[in-house]
Design a protein around this ligand. Structure first.
Ligand code: HEC
Ligand code: HEC
Ligand code: HEC
Ligand code: HEC
Ligand code: HEC
Length: 343
């Protein structure tokens, strides 16, 4: 047989065996078209709510639902208003249109952030990873829907470089949760740790975040303070992961945090990369002190002034001012533990 014909047959077989992945995102390169653009009412979560009350109520409380109106996002979008951001934080093309026409706001489609339609509607059909015979509507089953690779299609991407208007990804990872996850080979899927129906358990849920750490233990020896904090929840990627301005921080003060005499941060620290004229967002990782999933004990030893009372706290910054500059957003950090120590 002709060699080219054999190659052609192989390509056909390969394409045939590929799972179709209509539901995956493209890391924010383009907005999402659903095929329902002419039936606007079906794009809102309130359409699905009538029959899927549980999915709706759990989604309603989730961070995915807040991904657009969230003040942390809104403040950083003000500084860097790129189409690219819209494609992940309010992915539908109809949401983008609203945002451009400044029709966003309460009860608008963009206000719904990542909604049912963003994840479930494509090509005029409803997609899922299983279907019930009694479905009121047709359901296209896609095996990989909800897989770690699916989550990665929004949760893993490189820094953009924007040279006089044209968008390109650099080679430097901006969020690398999925490759961290792959590196440590967890057998659990993202969903099994993070999703309760459509509620997203993560750092923005206080109880979830606080339950990750055991109460810190303190020991004094001469003029040294030893602190040990055990991480008791199973993890599969670095802590923190995700957004570049996250940090976990241990802080000590003698004056109720008017000033701090000790800070230890777990985070990724970036410096500005080479800055050609007109290039923004070109960053390079300087060093990485985030905690690997294989490490379960945080330990620090600190020189102290004997007999002075010490204030201790453990914080989680969603937006660490040291990494990302001051933010006007409220809730940019959460105090996880605090204690007055009497040496
Ligand atoms: C008029 C009622 C109705 C509306 C509106 C509706 N659905 Fe459904 N849907 C059903 C029923 C009934 C099933 C069968 C399974 C069940 O009972 O939950 C189903 C099944 C599904 C499934 C497959 C899961 C399974 O167990 O079969 C998905 C995914 C789904 N719907 C998503 C949606 C989304 C997203 C919307 C909004 C765009 C929506 N549905 C609107 C009634 C509805
Ligand atoms: C971030 C993407 C995302 C959003 C937003 C989302 N879903 Fe889902 N949905 C999923 C995934 C992934 C699954 C499969 C979960 C699994 O594997 O157990 C799913 C499962 C379902 C199912 C099947 C039953 C179940 O719970 O397993 C229904 C019904 C459903 N979603 C409806 C909705 C409705 C209604 C909304 C909006 C209120 C919505 N979804 C928003 C991703 C999403
Ligand atoms: C359409 C893009 C998109 C998809 C698909 C997506 N996410 Fe997200 N996810 C986001 C965005 C954007 C945020 C940040 C929202 C915010 O903080 O305002 C987020 C936040 C999160 C968080 C942080 C929660 C917290 O409390 O801080 C977790 C955990 C998460 N997603 C898990 C998942 C998992 C698991 C999947 C796959 C089933 C998934 N996501 C699919 C875009 C997506
Ligand atoms: C074994 C459980 C487990 C698995 C599996 C897991 N995570 Fe997490 N994840 C956690 C815990 C615990 C946290 C909170 C601590 C932290 O920030 O790392 C977290 C935090 C996050 C955050 C918030 C990061 C931040 O610092 O703000 C995101 C986003 C996230 N996970 C996404 C994912 C995605 C996507 C996957 C799959 C590729 C995944 N996770 C797999 C346990 C898990
Ligand atoms: C490829 C998808 C994608 C794009 C594009 C994207 N983001 Fe995000 N963004 C995410 C995900 C996923 C998270 C959640 C990470 C985490 O929880 O740590 C997130 C989190 C954030 C957060 C933290 C929100 C919080 O509640 O703590 C801010 C702020 C943010 N993004 C701003 C932006 C801005 C501004 C842009 C455009 C310059 C942008 N994002 C582009 C996916 C994206």
């Amino acid at each position: 047989m002709n060699l080219n014909l054999i190659k052609f047959i192989f390509v056909l077989i390969f394409l045939f065996c590929q799972e179709s992945q209509d539901t995956f995102f493209d890391k924010g390169l383009t907005p999402i078209e659903t095929g329902f653009e002419t039936e606007k009412s079906k794009l809102s979560a309130s359409y699905c709510k009538s029959c899927h009350a549980k999915s709706h109520s759990t989604w309603e409380d989730s961070i995915h639902r807040k991904s657009w109106k969230n003040s942390l996002f809104q403040h950083s979008f003000e500084l860097e208003p790129m189409d690219w951001c819209i494609h992940c934080h309010a992915p539908l093309i109809s949401q983008k249109k609203e945002i451009y026409l400044k029709k966003s706001g309460k009860n608008s489609l963009s206000d719904e952030g990542i909604n049912c339609a963003s994840c479930h509607l494509r090509k005029g059909k409803i997609y899922g990873n299983k279907k019930n015979q009694n479905s009121f509507h047709e359901v296209i089953v896609e095996k990989n829907f909800g897989s770690p690779e699916y989550c990665a299609s929004c949760h893993e991407f490189n820094f953009p470089t924007l040279k006089s208007g044209s968008f390109k990804f650099s080679h430097e990872p901006m969020q690398s949760t999925y490759s961290e996850y792959r590196k440590y080979g967890s057998e659990k899927k993202c969903n099994s740790c993070h999703m309760e129906n459509h509620f997203v358990k993560g750092p923005h849920s206080k109880n979830f975040l606080r339950s990750i750490f055991a109460t810190a233990e303190f020991e004094f020896e001469e003029n040294v303070l030893f602190i040990a904090i055990e991480i008791i929840k199973k993890r599969a990627h670095h802590l923190p992961s995700g957004d570049l301005f996250r940090s976990l921080s241990i802080e000590l003060s003698y004056d109720n945090f008017k000033t701090k005499f000790f800070t230890k941060k777990f985070a990724r620290f970036y410096k500005m990369g080479q800055k050609d004229s007109g290039t923004i967002w070109n960053r390079e990782l300087e060093y990485d002190s985030s905690i690997k999933p294989t490490d379960s004990l945080i330990r620090v030893a600190v020189d102290i002034v004997k007999k002075k009372k010490i204030d201790y706290r453990l914080l989680y910054y969603f937006h660490d001012p040291e990494l990302g500059g001051e933010s006007k957003a409220e809730n940019s950090f959460l105090i996880l533990q605090e204690k007055k120590l009497n040496p």
